[in-house]
Design a protein around this ligand. Structure first.
Ligand SMILES: [Zn+2]
Length: 584
């Protein structure tokens, strides 16, 4: 702990608080100005800037600094809300720091709490999904706000700004609005049901002009202005939403890094779910009891630690994790930090206390070596100011797990290519092929896509583009359309590694009229083995708006007051089409 200085913050880690930071800030700013004016060599400038950053971090963010550590080899500082500064697995990264952003950064702590001037929904807000919650293949990048189980609630712009981006898609965020604010932030409002009048009219116009039903629009800058508190749309359940709610997100405009909205003024109640420690004993994950005996350090996991966590062995901090800011390029690290079996066995997502050797998830503030000898150790796990678990743990075999090297397995017409580090630990897979089916044991969730190749024996050329792979593992199942390769095989890439079967889809989606709403909406059920997509919707030959809700398998065609012939064309992922005609 000597080289370690932990500074008490919201994280509640024992340590000293820093004194008044203002002088440091002023000194740092003057220093920075001199640096910018000087014509020092690049290396010198980099060095000075690093020093400056450290001084700055220490000074300005005393309320938000989580961890600061200096040693002769490297300098690491982890800060919860400071753009451009962070930790990546022990390597200090700053990136190129533009001049202006430094000044913005310096002002940030002063303005941070007023970024969100108006709440995105009527208060009081209630939370159904937390920031950085573990999901499959990603960290939850926003906060899910409850809408009382219904859609149609007013959604407000949290600050003055303009519409940066509008997305309409059948999956993912569904109907989503991205607002830019002059303060350098972006806010995102997802799974909406509708957009406010002017924004809605723009979307319709563009959809017709482009003749598209899946949209990703960037209106001219500042053409669609919004004021703080203005209604920008209605909450909904569109896209991959599991029920009516508003997904709200705050990002840094320049880098699109995810930020913690609570640190910038979102008023939500305290997280109701305290984290818990889980342990894997004889292959089964259980809530940790008073004393523990596990095989290795990788058999310990903590369920969602909103405030991050610190794990200490024999009173020395070995790992600390907190995620309050991250970029999309590190999202897949979520799988590397997740206890995959725990989710499979108990349905809860937990974070490994000891980072896996494979794919370090972002957010590790401390990642010290854990003891490698078998023995009994004192373990304490803390989250926020709460002790999660404290006691003795006996570890039988704590040596580091070996990571998976790249490997190829083959059997009959099948081969499975696994890139290096595709699994969090080394796997010895057994393959047994049976024509179009392939049995893979054990089935294990992969962190990176694995590649299935199948050599068809008698498959007409016309069907080569109509295949998909149905594959399942402990996390779920997937259907992957096949891509013919030049050497006559079919290729399927998937993060699902387990028993697989090639199937053919030669028919277009099935369509069936469900009902017509009084407001003119026509609802059509559209089902397919694969994901359907709207290709065209026309009434009497005139373009009309339609939206596909993938999870409900419903298309809503906008047919207000129209009579005549509705022609809807839908397709699937392997190119089959269906034309549905209905007389209104
Ligand atoms: Zn969400």
């Amino acid at each position: 702990m000597k080289a370690l200085r932990q500074i008490g913050a919201r994280g509640g880690v024992a340590g000293k608080r820093l004194k008044e930071p203002k002088l440091f800030v002023l000194a740092a700013q003057i220093f920075h100005l001199l640096l910018e004016l000087s014509h020092a060599s690049v290396l010198l400038r980099k060095g000075l800037r690093l020093l400056l950053q450290l001084a700055y971090c220490q000074a300005v963010l005393c309320d938000q600094v989580v961890y600061l550590r200096l040693n002769n080899a490297n300098a690491v500082c982890g800060i919860s809300h400071a753009p451009k500064v962070g930790v990546w697995h022990g390597n200090f990264y700053l990136g190129a720091m533009p001049r202006l952003s430094f000044w913005m950064l310096a002002l940030l702590p002063l303005t941070a709490r007023s970024q969100i001037a108006v709440m995105p929904l009527d208060e009081p807000l209630a939370v159904s999904g937390e920031l950085a919650e573990l999901r499959n293949h990603h960290f939850h990048s926003g906060i899910d706000l409850r809408t009382g189980g219904v859609t149609g609630k007013n959604v407000y712009a949290v600050a003055d700004g303009w519409v940066r981006r509008i997305v309409v898609r059948p999956d993912g965020y569904g109907w989503a609005l991205y607002l830019d604010h002059p303060t350098g932030f972006t806010t995102v409002y997802a799974h909406l049901e509708s957009f406010q009048g002017e924004i809605g009219a723009y979307v319709r116009r563009e959809a017709e002009r482009l003749d598209r039903y899946r949209l990703d629009l960037y209106p001219p800058r500042e053409s669609l202005r919004v004021a703080a508190g203005q209604v920008i749309g209605a909450s909904g359940n569109s896209g991959a939403s599991g029920g009516p709610h508003l997904h709200f997100e705050l990002r840094d405009q320049a880098t699109e890094a995810i930020l913690d909205p609570v640190a910038y003024g979102l008023r939500i109640p305290d997280a109701p779910n305290p984290p818990a420690l889980w342990a894997r004993q004889s292959g089964r994950w259980r809530r940790a009891g008073d004393s523990l005996a596990v095989d290795s350090w990788n058999d310990l996991a903590i369920t969602y630690p909103e405030q991050g966590f610190y794990a200490a062995v024999d009173d020395s901090t070995r790992s600390a994790w907190s995620l309050k800011r991250w970029t999309f390029d590190v999202q897949r690290g979520a799988d590397g930090g997740m206890a995959l079996d725990l989710h499979r066995q108990q349905g809860v997502r937990g974070f490994l206390l000891h980072p896996t050797p494979t794919q370090p998830a972002p957010g590790w503030l401390v990642n010290e070596a854990w003891p490698e000898r078998p023995g009994r150790y004192a373990l304490s796990v803390t989250s926020g100011d709460r002790s999660v678990w404290r006691g003795a743990v006996r570890v039988a075999n704590p040596q580091k797990q070996r990571e998976q090297p790249a490997a190829t397995w083959s059997d009959g017409p099948w081969s499975l290519q696994v890139p290096a580090r595709a699994f969090s630990a080394e796997q010895h897979l057994q393959l047994r092929s049976n024509g179009r089916s392939l049995d893979v044991q054990p089935d294990v969730a992969a962190i990176k896509p694995v590649h299935y190749y199948w050599t068809p024996d008698e498959l007409p050329d016309s069907l080569r583009t109509r295949t998909y792979l149905a594959v399942r593992d402990g996390r779920g199942s997937a259907k992957i359309p096949g891509v013919p390769t030049r050497d006559g095989r079919l290729h399927y890439a998937s993060k699902t590694c387990g028993p697989a079967q090639v199937r053919l889809d030669v028919e277009g989606p099935q369509c069936r009229l469900v009902r017509r709403d009084p407001d003119g909406g026509v609802w059509i059920r559209v089902t397919d083995e694969l994901d359907p997509e709207i290709l065209s919707a026309r009434i009497n030959g005139q373009w009309t708006w339609a939206y596909l809700d993938l999870k409900a398998e419903l298309v809503r065609v906008d047919a207000a007051g129209a009579t005549g012939e509705l022609v809807l064309v839908v397709g699937d992922e392997v190119g089959n089409r269906t034309t549905f005609i209905h007389t209104l």
